[in-house]
Ligand binder design. Structure first.
Ligand SMILES: Cc1ncc(COP(=O)(O)O)c(C=O)c1O
Length: 463
């Protein structure tokens, strides 16, 4: 392995990085990104990469957007910080909350600001618990999410997350967090089961789980419209239309985690609109500010707000909030980002580019290493397999998807590998059609190079 550059060596000696094998990372070191423009980022040697993941599914408007930079600097000069505690306020937060209510896909009464997707989901859970205490239902507290879901990493959000890598040795999930089946047809449908039949079975499974636990103990169900970090899993046809009545029947509060899907990723402003369901509440983050600054939001319906009002009146306070929640500079940037989404018709344009993106993605399905290439809108997942017919995966220790990531970097493309050897794609929504073609050309070459390596090492035959 090549020796680390000075900057890389300093990194290894000073940082604990998220989501990496901390041990092997000490030898491999980081890829250090120095600047970005449009859909490209550049490393410290000046090499350009197409940012095929929009950072972490978040830089929807690409890099170097002068309007967002201007919004931040103007607000920073005017008022660099103000909080929302104890009755204080500021106009960027008010304006942003008004804007979010206006564009919300379901009736929303109020908005609560946080700094990250994890905090938004953590807040959702606390609100659900507070709400059920307010309603005199102290036992209705369990929360259901799904295997392979990703909802973040705070103690409660990690408990919602349904990925073993986020649980193991962290002593989560906490009691009271339940996981129902993952809606991935390719992996979990029975032989000959149609998408609709699979969806019916999953809805019945959820119903059974709630009945078994006791509906008087189950408070909420949370779902990403399309699962992201679990491997870009698009639910089977009719899934949410069958899940919704189950939640309604048992008075279970339905939360849409729009942290990835919100603001156009699926070709609609919110993911639930594309998947055809009406949640009670939504969690927003990432593209809310196009990731220029950290900001997240919880969209709260009237019934929830009424309960928060009543309970805080009774006990004297609504004791929840983050110092930086609704930070004025982040809020000003988010207001500007939403203005750009609307003025530039970013969502409609994403929808218009989606057929090309999905056609090029589907084209990878024919590659010998690819078991399934799947996606919706401008999000895609490429699942690698050792044997297409049996869908057998490569042994995890071979790190085949990680190898594609490295070959892609050599080609000037950033993609991500998630558990189960799935490559994920989620480029900035402002990507052009020629850049989409270039992205897939580079990924195709990376897959070919990986296939050569797999063949040389005879990895397809090793369990
Ligand atoms: C759907 C979803 N929810 C929540 C989160 C957590 O967000 P954060 O990393 O900002 O805490 C993520 C992050 O990727 C996500 O994809």
């Amino acid at each position: 392995m090549a020796p680390l550059s000075n900057l890389a060596a300093r990194d290894v000696e000073t940082l604990v990085h998220p989501y990496i094998n901390l041990s092997s990372f000490r030898d491999s070191g980081p890829l250090i990104i120095e600047r970005g423009h449009g859909v490209y980022v550049y490393d410290t040697d000046g090499k350009a990469y197409i940012e095929g993941m929009a950072g972490l599914w978040c830089t929807a408007l690409g890099y170097g957007n002068e309007e967002l930079i201007e919004a931040a600097t103007t607000q920073m000069r005017k008022l660099s910080f103000a909080h929302l505690f104890t009755g204080r306020s500021h106009d960027p937060a008010i304006e942003l909350a008004e804007k979010l209510k206006e564009i919300a896909p379901v009736p929303i009464s109020k908005v609560f600001f946080c700094n990250s997707g994890s905090e938004a989901n953590d807040t959702q859970i606390k609100l659900v618990w507070y709400y059920n205490n307010a309603l005199g239902r102290p036992h209705k507290k369990k929360i259901v999410s799904r295997l392979k879901a990703y909802h973040g990493v705070t103690v409660a959000a990690a408990s919602l997350t349904g990925l073993p890598g986020n649980h193991r040795d962290f002593d989560v999930p906490l009691p009271g967090f339940l996981h129902t089946g993952c809606p991935h047809h390719y992996r979990f449908a029975r032989d000959g089961e149609s998408e609709e039949e699979f969806a019916t079975r999953l809805a019945a499974e959820l119903d059974e789980l709630i009945v078994k636990e006791g509906p008087e103990t189950v408070a909420a169900f949370i779902a990403e419209p399309v699962m992201g970090a679990g491997g870009v899993i698009v639910p089977p046809k009719t899934y949410f239309e069958k899940i919704m009545p189950v939640c309604a029947r048992h008075d279970v509060y339905l939360i849409s985690d729009e942290v990835i899907c919100g603001f156009g990723r699926l070709g609609t402003m919110f993911g639930c609109q594309r998947l055809g369901f009406a949640p009670h509440a939504l969690s927003l983050a990432k593209a809310l500010s196009s990731a220029y600054l950290p900001i997240a939001a919880v969209m709260i319906p009237e019934a929830m707000y009424e309960a928060l009002l009543a309970e805080s009146k009774k006990i004297g306070m609504f004791g929840h909030g983050f110092t930086y929640g609704g930070h004025p500079v982040a809020a000003a940037v988010a207001v500007k980002a939403i203005e750009i989404y609307q003025r530039e018709r970013i969502v409609e344009q994403a929808a218009a580019k989606a057929p090309l993106f999905q056609a090029r993605l589907a084209g990878l399905g024919g590659h010998p290493l690819v078991g399934e290439a799947r996606g919706l809108g401008l999000i895609g997942g490429v699942e690698l397999v050792a044997d297409k017919k049996s869908k057998r995966s490569f042994a995890a220790q071979h790190g085949v998807a990680a190898r594609v990531v490295r070959f892609a970097e050599e080609e000037g493309l950033i993609v991500r590998a998630v558990m189960g050897d799935v490559l994920t794609l989620s480029p900035p929504l402002v990507i052009s059609e020629s850049e989409i073609n270039e992205l897939f050309n580079r990924l195709g070459r990376a897959l070919d190079n990986t296939l050569d390596w797999v063949t040389r090492e005879r990895l397809s035959h090793q369990a």
